[in-house]
Design a protein around this ligand. Structure first.
Ligand code: ADP
Length: 380
């Protein structure tokens, strides 16, 4: 808690939310049991509103009203409310404070054989069926979106063949090793970062990198002084080959997020990503549609270049959640490529808000354990 700032309590947040009514259901958000995953961190408030998916878009005013009511509490620095699909009568309502103790990965199969990493709450992978879909851009903005929501976050760049995190996070130089064995992560924008790009020369021929993949990943995960983290985001190498599968097998992943463009969805590349995680029993937390539509930098006009909305429909078909859409906008490219990702360089922009919303949805899923054990694949 920061000095001198009014302390925000869960009771105050609940009281504020009990003034917000869902008129259609004839009650308030607390009374109707619609709030889950409530997280308070140093004045940052995060929660989800569980709704019937049928009502989805019509509930945006309710979501905004909830954010507004909580923002008015003295001491609140930021509020992120997200709408999530109501999960039926099953076990829900996670505890209010984030788990302090390290949590092992999801139970079952291959996951239970992997050792958890001390101090890290959940490890999630950001993956894509192929390269160039904006996986790394999404990973860094998602990680910073989690930071903006008050969480302690690390970012592990496992894209050994094309590490982009030094550039995207604006970090240069080699990491310190206090004892000659472990490495301190580098840090910028409140995010702890480790990348193979900090350790090897960009000129190192690719051929040497292959054999390094396994040992490098395990070192970057376990020999780095991450400290206490709520979430470690792993930027996976693009594609779904053996190297990716090995990584998914080695890291105790709590879940995976698949980044996809509309064309990629159409070409079923995203489905390969889903299948890969399914093979190794890693729950897929959902799909993010990147470059979803084009935003004109001059007039802000929106053009659906590719058939927009495909990811939402595809996610539904595959039985996994749709986490959100990010437009194709030059501001996203310029900021991530210059080491000032949009979530930190333009926090008031709609794009930053979209990334924070996606981050909140991911966090809510990690908290509630609501991720399905494996996606259901529909064969057509
Ligand atoms: P990947 O990790 O999938 O190979 P990157 O994140 O490196 O992809 O993105 C590839 C290029 O596309 C980068 O120059 C990046 O800045 C740009 N880019 C990614 N997402 C967007 C977006 N939503 N709008 C505009 N440019 C984007």
């Amino acid at each position: 808690m920061a000095n001198g700032r009014a302390m925000v309590t869960e009771a105050a947040v609940r009281a504020a939310l009990s003034t917000v009514r869902d008129e259609e259901r004839g009650g308030d958000l607390i009374g109707l049991g619609m709030i889950s995953g409530l997280t308070l961190r140093d004045g940052h408030v995060l929660f989800s509103i569980e709704v019937d998916p049928q009502r989805g878009p019509a509930l945006e005013p309710l979501r905004q009203a909830a954010e507004k009511a909580v923002s008015a509490i003295p001491g609140v620095l930021s509020v992120t409310a997200v709408l999530t699909a109501h999960r039926g009568a099953g076990p829900s309502a996670p505890a209010a404070a984030p788990a302090a103790a390290p949590r092992a990965a999801a139970p079952g199969g291959a996951q239970s054989r992997k050792l958890p990493v001390a101090g890290i709450g959940s490890i999630i992978a950001v993956a894509s069926g192929k390269g160039g879909v904006g996986k790394s851009t999404t990973a860094v903005n998602l990680a910073l979106g989690l930071v903006a929501n008050g969480l302690k976050v690390g970012l592990l760049d496992a894209d050994i063949y094309g590490p982009s995190m030094p550039r995207m996070t604006g970090i240069t130089g080699k990491p310190n090793s206090p004892d000659g064995k472990s490495l301190d992560p580098k840090e910028n924008y409140g995010l702890k970062v480790m990348s193979i790009g900090f350790l090897i020369d960009e000129e190192t021929p690719m051929i040497w990198r292959g054999p390094m993949v396994q040992s490098a990943l395990s070192q970057m995960l376990r020999d780095v002084n991450w400290g206490q983290l709520d979430v470690l985001v792993v930027d996976m190498p693009p594609g779904t080959g053996d190297a990716q599968l090995t990584m998914a097998q080695q890291v105790p992943l709590a879940g995976a997020v698949i980044v996809s463009t509309p064309q990629d969805i159409a070409l079923l590349d995203a489905r390969k990503g889903l299948n890969m995680f399914r093979k190794v029993d890693v729950p897929v937390l959902g799909i993010i549609e990147n470059m979803s539509y084009f935003c004109c930098p001059n007039c802000g006009h929106r053009t659906d270049i590719f058939s927009h909305g495909g990811a939402r429909a595809e996610a539904e078909k595959l039985g996994c959640d749709f986490l959100g859409e990010i437009p194709l906008d030059i501001a996203i490219r310029e900021t991530s490529d210059s080491g000032q990702p949009i979530v930190v360089s333009a926090p008031d922009s709609p794009h930053a808000e979209a990334y924070r919303g996606i981050a909140a949805r991911v966090w809510a899923k990690l908290r509630s354990g609501a991720a399905p054990a494996a996606p259901r694949i529909v064969i057509e």
